[in-house]
Design a protein around this ligand. Structure first.
Ligand SMILES: Nc1ncnc2c1ncn2[C@@H]1O[C@H](COP(=O)(O)OP(=O)(O)OP(=O)(O)O)[C@@H](O)[C@H]1O
Ligand code: SF4
Ligand SMILES: [Mg+2]
Length: 407
């Protein structure tokens, strides 16, 4: 493996309108009816050799986004352009050839290590399968990777359960690097480790990025870690990027109210600096039923009328600094968005009417809904008649008895 300083400004990955919806409910006919919009239209790009940090509250779609880029799910929508090629359009066999180039490191190192394989086999197996190393060179190849990742040569014959969390994560990193990837998606790679070990692993990742010319997507809850390792930062909320830009812009020229609230919660290591913590109202809403308009409006201290109805555009507010918030609209933007919303509502109403006319819906209404409604009404009428009769006869009905007992 060689240092790669060439093509520094080359865009390695460009993601356009990435969407991953999980089906969480089906209708009577088994058709998907309810979706959980885990990733709902995310766009960004990463230059070669850079690190994009992704932050956001738990459940906002960070891992789903990372896994979607690695094509670990079916039915991912949008473009994933890796080295100029849309890998989301490739067949599985075509993508298999590219797969070694994009690797992932997970939060829980133990869960992803086979307990029956030795460390050497774990690290080198996939590289051998992909023809990156032959039988004769296998041992030396793996030892070289282990050395880069701070693993002693005699660990080669040992098993994962013999190692600490930090060492296991080094094994996972070595396994990913054995495939000579260009892009590594690191999903909370140090969250499960002790703070002192976290720093060692993060510094090792920074060194490896430098020496191997790697590009990282680094997902983390920990803003100080993201600040340390990232060149650019993306902030996610309920499946969307709400702010994206260089680390300097995001941390010092913060635009989005959500990002401001997230950053205000980070403790400042200076007793003389007063923390102005912005308290977010309520919990993160459900991605199955996200709020209309700006998804953050239920918790935003700057919420305006337009925020409740119309989703803000994600656009370049300053050079290289993107944000989705109505606070940065010009009057023309607001006018254009309101006109577009009115048109979208008109079209939605037309579609709703057209759908209601569809033969299948007519069938369902005629054969299932209406008879079911009739049975409900008939049962209701019969119960009322029985109650009336019981009253006339002077006998208390079952519900009257219940009420008497409660009294
Ligand atoms: N396979 C799945 N089926 C249905 N819903 C899923 C699935 N995987 C994830 N989700 C849902 O998608 C949303 C985003 O999940 P995801 O794991 O991507 O969030 P996250 O930002 O990585 O959270 P955390 O910080 O806790 O790891 C969550 O509401 C989650 O429950
Ligand atoms: S669009 Fe409105 S509700 Fe959403 S973040 Fe901006 S000000 Fe707050
Ligand atoms: Mg996650």
């Amino acid at each position: 493996m060689q240092t790669n300083d060439s093509g520094k400004d080359e865009v390695l990955l460009r993601v356009n309108d990435l969407r991953k919806y999980f089906v969480v409910g089906r209708d009577f006919f088994g058709r998907p009816e309810k979706y959980l919009k885990a990733v709902d239209g995310v766009s960004f790009e990463i230059k070669k050799g850079k690190t994009l940090g992704i932050v956001g509250e738990s459940g906002c779609g960070k891992s789903t986004m990372g896994r979607s880029i690695l094509r670990l799910y079916d039915e991912v929508k949008g473009e994933i352009i890796f080295k100029g090629q849309d890998i989301n359009k490739l067949s599985n066999s075509e993508f298999d050839k590219i797969r070694p180039n994009i690797q992932m490191i997970f939060q829980d190192p133990y869960a992803s290590l086979s307990p029956r394989l030795t460390v050497g086999e774990i690290i080198g197996e996939s590289a051998r399968q992909h023809g990156l190393v032959d039988k004769a060179g296998f041992h030396d190849y793996v030892l070289h990777i282990m050395e880069m990742c701070g693993l002693q040569p005699h660990y080669f014959e040992r098993y994962p359960h013999e190692f600490s969390g930090g060492q296991r994560q080094r094994i996972c990193i070595a396994r990913a690097l054995a495939l000579k990837p260009e892009l590594v998606v690191c999903d909370e790679p140090v969250s499960a480790l002790d703070v002192s070990i976290q720093a060692q692993v993060i510094n090792m990742l920074i060194d490896l990025r430098q020496s191997l010319g790697l590009t990282y997507i680094f997902i983390s809850h920990d803003l100080s870690v993201v600040k340390h390792i990232s060149d650019d930062v993306g902030v996610m909320y309920l499946g969307n990027l709400v702010e994206y830009g260089s680390k300097e812009d995001i941390f010092t020229e913060t635009l989005h109210p959500y990002t401001k609230a997230l950053f205000s919660a980070v403790p400042v290591p200076n007793p003389h600096v007063k923390m102005n913590r912005i308290m977010l109202k309520g919990d993160i809403p459900s991605p199955v039923n996200p709020p209309k308009g700006c998804k953050f409006h239920t918790r935003c201290e700057h919420c305006m009328k337009i925020c409740e109805e119309i989703a803000p555009e994600y656009r370049e507010v300053r050079p290289g600094h993107f944000c989705a918030c109505h606070l940065y609209n010009s009057p023309e933007d607001t006018e254009r968005l309101e006109a577009a919303e009115a048109e979208a509502q008109r079209l939605a109403e037309e579609k709703r009417k057209a759908d209601a006319e569809k033969p299948l819906n007519k069938f369902k209404t005629a054969v299932i809904d209406k008879p079911a409604e009739k049975v409900k009404t008939a049962v209701g009428n019969a119960v009322t008649k029985l109650k009336d009769k019981a009253k006339k006869d002077g006998k208390p009905s079952a519900s009257d008895k219940d009420n008497d007992e409660k009294k």
